[in-house]
Design a protein around this ligand. Structure first.
Ligand SMILES: [Zn+2]
Length: 98
């Protein structure tokens, strides 16, 4: 049984601290629709490219959050597809949940 989550985590560890740049962009070839990401853990948003370095892992920039920017970040526009009332530019520090 192959777990895609752990695969991605391993990949994240491999590039952790080795290369510069935004790990998310090195792991995902995603269509960049928005300059913002939404965090699955704290349900807040931050600018794409922002992170808090924790032993080479690029974490969600909010200091009280244990999410990371690779697996727990979602493109804001993709979130907005399902939440039409959300603004194009999200409010910093605001929790967006239903
Ligand atoms: Zn977070």
């Amino acid at each position: 049984m192959k777990d895609p989550q752990s695969d991605m985590y391993r990949k994240m560890m491999e590039i952790g601290g080795v290369k510069g740049g935004y790990h998310r962009d090195q792991i995902f070839a995603e269509e960049k629709r928005s300059d913002y990401l939404w965090c699955l853990h704290c349900q807040r948003t931050y600018r794409r490219g922002e992170y808090r370095d924790l032993d080479g892992i690029q974490m969600c920039p909010y200091s009280d959050c244990d999410g990371n920017t690779v697996m727990d970040g979602f493109d804001w526009e993709a979130i907005r597809d399902h939440h039409k009332k959300y603004p194009q530019v999200p409010e910093r520090g605001k929790v967006y949940r239903d």
